[in-house]
Design a protein around this ligand. Structure first.
Ligand code: PBG
Length: 328
């Protein structure tokens, strides 16, 4: 008989043989920044997650510093939307302002965390698609310079990293070339490399007001049936010069995470998306699950599958529960 229970006998033994840790410095907290002032409003479909106006961001910065997580991922909700999403390229747009606000927090406090700018057009276009439209579909090549312009605006404002999430072919290369030409050769790009067309983005689209007005995103995001195609997406981003790869969503796609880990030596991120978060919150609110233990188990599964970086709305809660010994 194999006595596998020997090393599970007590907590010290279990700690001794534990294989996976939740790496705090690898957790990234998504932040929604909107226009106007004095706003800190909870998103109805994402309990515990808020949209902030720029002037309110110091409280977020303090929580991120206090938690000691890696940083934030910024999403902007502009006041005005148009056909080409020009707000994304505005050097005084919401995200640019938010970045400068965080930078002034760093100056004031001497504290620091990473600022990653999500680069996409869907929050900024009147039609809600991730690129410009031509004949009822998103025009890939015409969208590339628009994404490169958005990345440049974020980097000029002081972003430490950009993360293109539109699933346009060639977007990583387009951004790399633009950043390099402007002298930003040292700014890393995290590609949302294998981003699936998913119903798990539902609550985010409420939060970011970014749902497509007509149609869906199936002509640019990966079909959930296609694991091999996801591998081609990851390889394409790597060859275009991505510094970090990503798989998104996370929970239903851990097979993809595991394969990505085996195939590439680049750092690997997973995005634990809004719908995954909201399901946990709803079940916990209904008293059906132990939220804290569930969140710990979920975050552990990402690192066990091979992720180095986890983008998650649970980041601040998890670290606080862990520190205060609240997870049984
Ligand atoms: C924008 C974008 C989306 C998410 C991140 N960036 C939504 C989408 O593709 O519709 C989803 C994040 C989440 O659900 O938490 N392209």
């Amino acid at each position: 008989m194999q006595r596998l229970r020997r090393t599970r006998k007590n907590m010290l033994l279990r700690e001794l043989v534990s294989e996976t840790q939740i790496k705090k410095s690898g957790l990234i907290y998504p932040v929604f920044v909107r226009y106007e002032e004095g706003i800190c409003e909870e998103i109805p479909s994402m309990p515990g997650v808020c949209r902030y106006s720029v002037d309110m961001l110091d409280t977020v910065a303090e929580q991120v510093v206090q938690a000691g997580i890696g940083g934030v991922m910024l999403f902007g909700i502009p006041q005005e939307k148009d056909e080409t999403g020009s707000g994304a390229r505005d050097e005084n747009g919401v995200v640019a302002q938010a970045i400068r606000k965080f930078k002034s927090f760093f100056q004031k406090t001497g504290k620091r965390f990473l600022i990653i700018a999500d680069i996409c057009l869907c929050e900024y276009t009147s039609h809600g698609h991730c690129g410009v439209l031509a004949c009822d579909d998103v025009d890939n090549d015409a969208s590339l310079p628009l994404h490169a312009g958005a990345a440049l605006a974020a980097v000029r404002a002081g972003a430490d990293m950009v993360a293109p999430s539109s699933m346009m072919d060639g977007v990583v290369e387009a951004i790399r070339k633009t950043l390099d030409a402007e002298g930003y050769t040292d700014i890393p790009i995290m590609g949302y490399s294998a981003k699936f067309a998913s119903a798990f983005y539902g609550p985010f689209r409420d939060a970011a007001e970014s749902a497509p007005k007509s149609g869906d995103r199936k002509s640019y995001q990966v079909d959930c049936r296609n694991g091999r195609e996801a591998m081609r997406e990851l390889a394409a981003d790597e060859s275009e010069g991505a510094d970090i790869l990503m798989v998104k969503p996370a929970l239903c796609y851990l097979d993809i995470v595991k394969q990505a880990r085996e195939r590439s030596d680049l750092p690997l991120a997973v995005y634990n998306v809004s719908g995954e978060y909201s399901m946990v919150k709803a079940a916990a609110a209904a008293g059906m699950i132990d939220e804290r233990r569930i969140v710990k188990e979920i975050l552990t599964s990402f690192f066990r599958a091979g992720a180095d970086i986890v983008i998650t709305y649970h980041a601040l809660d998890y670290v606080r529960w862990e520190r205060e010994g609240e997870i049984r």
